[in-house]
Design a protein around this ligand. Structure first.
Ligand SMILES: [Zn+2]
Length: 268
């Protein structure tokens, strides 16, 4: 059961809606031939790509290939729901800058940002799924290590994002906070769908999340350094389960922030 009905979260959601200033031109694009229905844009980020391979599994499986396959599956599943529009950060094996991804999501008016990654750890026994939301700085060693492994050498700039206005600052802060309940939902749905070990909801200073103006998370969907999990991740049926879990979280988010509510708040 989601622990997101408490007042603090609702106040946060309310604040988020009030200050949301998305450019919503894409939101009303008729994906199904109808333009009168509010739509929700979901930005699906396939981690890594091109020269940025990401982790390489014990069986040679490459993170950039797994993330792209799961992202593609997720987009395909979500397209069956006519009120959703999906944007993929990449549809092929090519390099895309980390902040470029978030900027694109902001520019297109995405209301959710899901970055798909696969983990790796020096300990071969480590397995399971963890989900990250943004922290201003990575405080513990494990959070620092994962950011370094995921983004080391590929961050365009390590600069802190400086809000351009009070409103921008408020929106960044609200987006960061509302990412926590969204992340919890993503984690719960992934674990329910795959049966993988729940490694928890965490926070780390991921560059790819820093400029996000919407609930944004990094989902680490398994460990390529674990023999059993790497074997599962080779299996298209297992990747489909991961995609289903992600889609389920997106659909359930409607009960927290209904489709069209952001636009309605903006129009007031
Ligand atoms: Zn990664």
């Amino acid at each position: 059961m989601l622990a997101m009905s408490h007042w603090a979260t609702m106040r946060l959601v309310f604040l988020f809606l009030l200050i949301s200033g998305h450019s919503l031109s894409v939101a009303t694009e008729p994906a199904n031939g109808r333009s009168d229905q509010p739509m929700r844009i979901v930005y699906i980020d396939a981690g890594h790509g091109g020269m940025n391979t990401g982790a390489v599994g014990v069986d040679g499986l490459r993170e950039k290939d797994v993330s792209l396959d799961i992202a593609t599956r997720m987009a395909k599943l979500l397209k069956k729901h006519t009120r959703y529009v999906t944007i993929l950060s990449r549809t092929e094996d090519r390099f895309v800058g980390l902040r470029e991804r978030t900027r694109q999501a902001n520019q297109k008016g995405a209301e959710l940002f899901v970055s798909i990654h696969v983990n790796s750890n020096p300990s071969p026994s480590r397995a399971g799924i963890e989900v990250y939301s943004l922290a201003a700085a990575s405080h513990d060693e494990e959070a620092k290590a994962i950011v370094l492994r995921e983004e080391g050498g590929f961050v365009e700039s390590t600069q802190t994002i400086m809000p351009t206005s009070v409103m921008h600052g408020l929106r960044l802060a609200a987006s960061q906070r509302i990412s926590v309940p969204f992340g919890r939902l993503v984690l719960e749905e992934l674990v329910a769908s795959t049966g993988a070990r729940n490694q928890g909801l965490r926070q780390a200073s991921f560059a790819v999340l820093k400029e996000a103006m919407m609930p944004a998370v990094v989902a680490e969907v398994g460990y390529l350094s674990n023999v059993e999990e790497a074997e599962k991740l080779q299996d298209p049926a297992y990747r489909e389960l991961i995609a289903e879990g992600l889609v389920s979280a997106v659909l359930k988010w409607e009960s927290v922030v209904p489709i069209g509510s952001v636009q309605a708040a903006q129009a007031r």
